[in-house]
Design a protein around this ligand. Structure first.
Ligand SMILES: Nc1ncnc2c1ncn2[C@@H]1O[C@H](COP(=O)(O)OP(=O)(O)O)[C@@H](O)[C@H]1O
Ligand SMILES: [Mg+2]
Length: 345
């Protein structure tokens, strides 16, 4: 439904040009939750602003439902833009208006008649769970409540697509989860296509079906969330995934290096469990069958839209051949195995 073809955006600064987005090709399907993850400055916001025509590409085309919006302007663009709602990190609410009035605002612009406006705004208030706060002002709301107003307002004109630019980045972890749950329920209930722009991998991991990783204006990797978690190819993707499963990854690496010094003969491996393999008692089976000792160093569990995934960093000690066989056995159980010895030296 949204297609980007060879999209680039260059900004001309004082003495040099910045290529904020560099030859991006992407297709976002109707009804999916698509994540775009990247570090600050990767070009995410510029990309998302081209999706709703707020920014024009220097070259390439952006197509929404077979209409090329990257060349539209004025009335035609405004009409197409109604199909796209957007929410922001800092909510961008009108501070002098109540919750109800904020949500009515886009309906006023669309010239919806007053009683209809209020009826629709009240339905939206219910949808986002803000009943009873209709007359509150933004300053009287918590961050999570403000974002709920942002979501309700973005949905007022019944868009097909919701763009979220760092929409949970200003919220605490619990509130982030609540807002993500709300977005998933709206995605299901209304078949709304959602594009999540974020520098936080856990946001994408929890709710997205597919994702793209951006670095230096380019999409360096894309695919289904679970398959990128299983087999990340690009170093940037690997870094994001590692930080998500082990926020103290630098400490872990320090411990691993020490272990390697003490037991140079052992193998340090990282295991990734998903689906059925997360339930089988694989570790004890492998340890017993091959007479290898297992030293557990770090582990965590994460949820994704499809299935939970777990990572476990362990050390295998034993006869060299037995350790090799143990690694093969893990793979039989469909546990992904990454040997870390070389990477750490
Ligand atoms: N209006 C602008 N003028 C000049 N440079 C810009 C402008 N907007 C963004 N940039 C530059 O483009 C790059 C990508 O920015 P942005 O899209 O905001 O990244 P992100 O959202 O991933 O942090 C950065 O180097 C930024 O400084
Ligand atoms: Mg940004």
């Amino acid at each position: 439904m949204i297609t980007l073809k060879d999209v680039s955006k260059e900004f001309t600064g004082k003495n040099k040009a910045v290529k904020a987005v560099d030859a991006v090709n992407l297709t976002i399907q109707s009804g999916e939750i698509f994540g775009i993850v990247g570090y600050s400055g990767a070009g995410k916001s510029t990309l998302v602003r081209m999706l709703n025509g707020l920014e024009k590409p220097t070259s390439g085309t952006v197509t929404l439902n077979d209409k090329i919006i990257s060349t539209m302007s004025g009335q035609a663009l405004r009409k197409e833009r109604r199909a796209i709602g957007m929410i922001f990190q800092h909510f961008n609410l009108l501070w002098s208006r109540t919750v109800l009035e904020n949500i009515c605002f886009p309906l006023e612009i669309a010239k919806v008649e007053k009683t209809e406006r209020i009826k629709r705004a009240k339905e939206l208030i219910e949808l986002v769970g803000l009943q009873g706060r209709e007359d509150a002002y933004p300053a009287q709301l918590s961050g999570g409540q403000k974002q709920r107003v942002g979501i309700a307002r973005a949905l007022a004109n019944e868009p097909q697509v919701l763009l979220c630019d760092e929409a949970t980045s200003a919220l605490d972890p619990q509130t982030t989860d609540d807002v993500l749950d709300l977005l998933v329920s709206i995605n299901k209930k209304m078949n709304l296509t959602i594009v999540m722009i974020t520098h936080e991998m856990h946001v994408v991991r929890k709710i997205c079906h597919r994702m793209a990783v951006m670095d230096g204006g380019k999409v360096v990797e894309e695919g289904e969330v679970l398959s990128l978690f299983k087999h990340p190819a690009h170093p940037t993707t690997k870094r994001f995934i590692r930080q998500d499963s082990d926020p103290d990854s630098e400490d872990t690496d320090e411990v691993l290096r020490e272990l390697l010094k003490t037991y140079p003969e052992g193998k340090l491996i990282r295991l990734l469990f998903h689906g059925g393999s997360a339930q089988a008692p694989v570790i004890s089976h492998v340890s017993r069958s091959f007479n290898v000792d297992v030293n557990i160093i770090q582990g965590s569990m994460q949820s994704t839209q499809e299935t939970p995934i777990g990572t476990l960093t362990i050390q295998l000690l034993g006869e060299e051949a037995a350790v090799e066989e143990a690694i093969k056995e893990f793979r039989v159980y469909r546990v992904e195995v990454e040997v870390l010895n070389d990477a750490l030296q």
